[in-house]
Design a protein around this ligand. Structure first.
Ligand SMILES: CCCCCCCCCC/C=C\CCC/C=C/C(=O)SCCNC(=O)CCNC(=O)[C@H](O)C(C)(C)COP(=O)(O)OP(=O)(O)OC[C@H]1O[C@@H](n2cnc3c(N)ncnc32)[C@H](O)[C@@H]1OP(=O)(O)O
Ligand SMILES: Cc1cc2nc3c(=O)[nH]c(=O)nc-3n(C[C@H](O)[C@H](O)[C@H](O)COP(=O)(O)OP(=O)(O)OC[C@H]3O[C@@H](n4cnc5c(N)ncnc54)[C@H](O)[C@@H]3O)c2cc1C
Length: 629
């Protein structure tokens, strides 16, 4: 099928999902039991999977229909097949060799094989090299023995593992010839394809309730000397031959490839959640009136309070800026992956550094922003029916899974300090780190000039990175590496975030400069960019004085400038959120519907409370009258 770009996909497939016979009728799930919610979300996830198969969607199309915009409608409590789709299938495509792909993929696509990605263990998530599940090769039987040494090494968390998957890609420590060979992926059958009962030697189940996404169906898994055929180690990268001899992968971290992909996908996707939250808060802020009546006799719309503008509008600008940079990262990932498949891994280190940093920056910014937007809706934002709590629960999970954010930022920082110290291979043309080896951009700061702001953001990144690189270098002379590294952790994380911010604003500057279809659109993008930049400075004033070349007077001017820009943006708030093109059924919020009929919707949702079914609920007689109250 010919690849379509993301917006075309949205038009074409969005309506297919919304009008699909098995998906179009939704039920409220708030009052369902855990089991009922799972059944409801699983049956919808299955319908989605069939649709993906029937349409023969490519990865861009899948990214659209699996995005939070659509999956919040299809699987509102979490998609039990998300990890199958987002991690299991891509792992097979990229890490299985051609024979293995042809052996398994038919059954994956016809739904006979449903998988998960089983990496994290109870006692190890971050430190992947520390995983303790073993896969020991026996040349006599040509099998691997998969074993969980004790309960702390149980796999814990994999999505869909709980009760959905019958296969798992298991990341385990490989041993051949008595030698440890590091972490490698194995395709393991965990449940019978017909009966769905756990296979011999397998202990498997669901881990229990969480802050949100309770039907992701996260599970646990233990192996008691389970025999897996040699052909089930994924062998596109490393190989174990029949006699047990081992061939290394072309890149030492080739088996971490799925994580890079998923980080990119999460960065892209979390912006979807922010767009929904921003639309809800914008619409509610127009509808909600509260306060001393003004000259027209009406109470003011809350959006006309300056404080409310600060709570809402910068996050609308962030939607545009972060959408652009994450979409470009997605394209870049596609390019680098095809190079890596062709054997050229030169671009991988920087892709890894950028994916880590953007996943962390975007999930941190979006979860903070969604919480601010929730608060901007006052009491009603606390209600489940506003959808804002679930959006927060979704975004904040992204700060932990697929690499805890601090840990990922430290990966980026490691790359940056090596680049600053010249101890890494020089960056390729077009690299995002060339600024570290050039003199600082000394464009003078001027309020109102986006180019001057971008230069200042660059000076902050450069200053943060070079300062911590120097401190680290000095500490390395006097203490062991691990202590020197630990001594600089906080500054390293700040440096990586500053680098990420610079990446994001440079990407958006390019988008604005390339936009040529309409003068009005260009002006609007410039206004959004100005808001984003002024807000970025206001959030990190100390950094902009310390490293960015701004004076205290610039900081004061920027504060005023930001508030002026917000007032300028305010009349465009609704068109800018309408432009996200989110139908009410996808927003699914009492506060954020297009017609603004908030109060009627709130009463309507209250009518669904089971406690309102009878005038006096049975629980009153059972619990209160029987007690001595
Ligand atoms: C189909 C499209 C769908 C789109 C829709 C999107 C929907 C998305 C929503 C999905 C919803 C739910 C899904 C959630 C699923 C969650 C799954 C998981 O969480 S899976 C588990 C993830 N776990 C982690 O991420 C663990 C984090 N830890 C690590 O990755 C590693 O331990 C690490 C990197 C921190 C350290 O590794 P290690 O100790 O082995 O390496 P070093 O630090 O010593 O570094 C050595 C060297 O290697 C380089 N390196 C590390 N990683 C990589 C990599 N991945 N690629 C390339 N290079 C890598 C590192 O930079 C060092 O380089 P050097 O040159 O030596 O400095
Ligand atoms: C909803 C959800 C879904 C998930 N799905 C899957 C899945 O499908 N498959 C799967 O395999 N896993 C999955 N996970 C697990 C997830 O990948 C891990 O929880 C995540 O990688 C974080 O690891 P951890 O829990 O070990 O955190 P920890 O590393 O224990 O983090 C705790 C604290 O320690 C700090 N810390 C740890 N190491 C360092 C360090 N080196 N330097 C500085 N600070 C450090 C962290 O910054 C953090 O503050 C999921 C998790 C969640 C929440």
């Amino acid at each position: 099928m010919v690849s379509r770009n993301r917006s075309q996909v949205k038009d074409h497939l969005g309506s297919k999902v919304l009008n699909h016979p098995e998906l179009r009728n939704t039920k409220a799930t708030e009052y369902m039991s855990h089991e009922e919610k799972y059944r409801y979300n699983l049956s919808r996830a299955t319908a989605m999977l069939k649709l993906i198969d029937e349409e023969g969607m490519d990865v861009n199309e899948i990214s659209k229909v699996m995005s939070h915009t659509v999956s919040g409608f299809t699987t509102p409590d979490g998609n039990p097949l998300a990890v199958h789709q987002v991690m299991f299938v891509p792992t097979l495509m990229n890490q299985a060799d051609d024979d293995q792909v042809s052996r398994w993929l038919g059954d994956v696509f016809n739904g006979t094989i449903v998988g998960t990605y089983a990496q994290t263990e109870l006692s190890h998530g971050t430190f992947v090299r520390g995983l303790r599940t073993t896969a020991t090769y026996d040349p006599a039987s040509r099998t691997f023995d998969l074993h969980t040494p004790d309960v702390s090494a149980a796999k814990w968390w994999p999505g869909g593992l709980g009760t959905t998957a019958n296969h798992a890609v298991v990341m385990a420590q490989l041993y051949t010839d008595g030698q440890p060979r590091g972490i490698h992926p194995f395709m393991v059958a965990i449940r019978d394809r017909e009966t769905h009962r756990p296979l011999p030697g397998i202990t498997v189940g669901e881990i229990g309730p969480k802050l949100g996404q309770n039907t992701l169906n996260n599970g646990y898994l233990l192996f008691d000397h389970v025999k897996v055929p040699r052909e089930n180690m994924l062998m596109r990268n490393a190989r174990v031959n029949e006699d047990g001899s081992y061939t290394k992968p072309s890149h030492q971290k080739a088996s971490y490839g799925t994580m890079v992909f998923t980080r990119v996908a999460i960065a892209l996707d979390t912006v979807d959640a922010l767009q929904i939250a921003a639309t809800i808060a914008a619409r509610y802020s127009i509808v909600r009136r509260q306060g001393e009546p003004r000259d027209d006799g009406q109470e003011p719309q809350i959006i006309d309070y300056q404080t409310q503008q600060l709570k809402v509008l910068p996050h609308i600008a962030a939607c545009y800026v972060l959408r652009a940079s994450t979409a470009r990262l997605w394209e870049h990932h596609t390019h680098v992956t095809s190079e890596v498949r062709g054997g050229d891994t030169a671009l991988l280190p920087e892709l890894h550094a950028t994916a880590c940093c953007l996943k962390a920056l975007v999930t941190q910014d979006c979860s903070e922003a969604i919480e601010a937007l929730r608060l901007s809706c006052g009491g009603h934002g606390y209600m489940t029916a506003s959808r804002l709590p679930a959006l927060y629960a979704y975004a904040t999970a992204g700060a932990t899974y697929e690499g805890e954010n601090t840990v990922l930022l430290l990966q980026t920082a490691r790359y940056l300090v090596k680049q600053a110290g010249g101890s890494h291979a020089p960056p390729a043309a077009g690299s995002a780190v060339t600024y570290l080896s050039r003199p600082a951009d000394d464009t003078p700061f001027a309020v109102g000039s986006p180019a001057a702001y971008v230069a200042a953001v660059g000076r902050v990144a450069r200053g943060r990175v070079t300062e911590v690189a120097a401190a680290l270098q000095a500490d390395r002379q006097t203490m062991p590496e691990a202590d020197a590294w630990n001594q600089s952790l906080v500054q390293l994380v700040a440096a990586a975030l500053a680098h990420g911010r610079y990446f994001v604003v440079r990407e958006f500057a390019e988008v604005v400069s390339q936009q040529s279809s309409s003068r009005a659109i260009q002006q609007m993008l410039q206004l959004l960019f100005s808001v984003y930049l002024a807000h970025a400075v206001s959030r990190a004033e100390g950094d902009f004085i310390t490293y960015g070349g701004l004076t205290p007077s610039d900081i004061r001017l920027n504060r005023r400038h930001l508030l002026r820009l917000l007032a300028e943006l305010r009349p465009h708030m609704i068109p800018l959120t309408d432009a996200f093109d989110l139908p009410d059924r996808l927003i699914n919020s009492t506060l954020g519907a297009w017609d603004g009929d908030v109060y009627r919707r709130m009463f309507e949702q209250a009518s669904h409370s089971p406690l309102n079914t009878d005038e006096v609920p049975a629980s009153f007689h059972q619990a209160m009258l029987r007690s001595k109250l």
